[in-house]
Design a protein around this ligand. Structure first.
Ligand code: AMP
Length: 177
């Protein structure tokens, strides 16, 4: 992607201070989603960064990861698999708990969503501390999936989320802060 397009995407991401709580600078991606050309370039960029041409499944994380994951899956001719917050998936699940700054959270995947040996790309909107993505990667590995990488629209690199994803395949981000 040329640097002009990247700058345009970066300038379109809206910073919302103190959302959802004081001290958090929320990266609002909805203006990028609303622009047809920028949305298409963003999906292209998230795919190109991985170098992946073919994959069996793309896993997207609840909820904004569904948008990016599903669009990437469609482009790659892959299936899409949601990782959801605990209690949302209707069928038999496997789950994993992970720690947040305060307390814990749980995410789940359908037991039959990934077959052993299938190649899997993880997608989400934003890599912050890496807790959520790390949990999703654990679920993929428990299912026997072969992780080919993770792709994020945005990375908050000062939070060192990549450290938590170490050993789970290459990590890519289109925009880094
Ligand atoms: P983490 O588990 O800390 O890596 O958090 C990742 C998830 O939290 C992502 O799926 C984002 O949707 C959301 N998130 C965390 N921090 C921000 C932020 N500053 N702006 C927007 N979304 C965020």
């Amino acid at each position: 992607m040329n640097s002009q397009t990247l700058d345009h995407i970066r300038a379109t991401i809206r910073d919302v201070p103190d959302f959802p709580k004081p001290g958090i600078l929320f990266k609002d991606i909805t203006p990028v989603l609303a622009d047809p050309a920028l949305l298409a370039r963003t999906i292209d960029g998230m795919i190109d960064a991985t170098g992946v041409l073919k994959v069996d499944k793309v896993v997207g994380i609840d909820a904004r990861g569904f948008i990016f994951g599903a669009l990437i899956a469609e482009r790659l001719g892959a299936g899409f698999v949601p990782v959801r917050k605990k209690g949302k998936l209707p069928w038999m699940t496997r789950g994993v708990d992970y720690s947040l700054e305060y307390g814990t959270n749980s995410v789940e995947i359908h037991q039959d969503a990934i077959a052993p040996g299938e190649t899997v790309l993880l997608a989400d909107d934003l890599l912050a501390t890496g807790g959520t993505a790390g949990a999703a990667l654990t679920l993929i590995e428990q299912a026997g999936g072969k992780i080919v990488g993770s792709t994020f629209f945005i990375e908050l690199s000062f939070l060192n989320g990549r450290e938590k994803l170490r050993g789970h395949g290459p990590v890519h981000a289109l925009i880094s802060y």
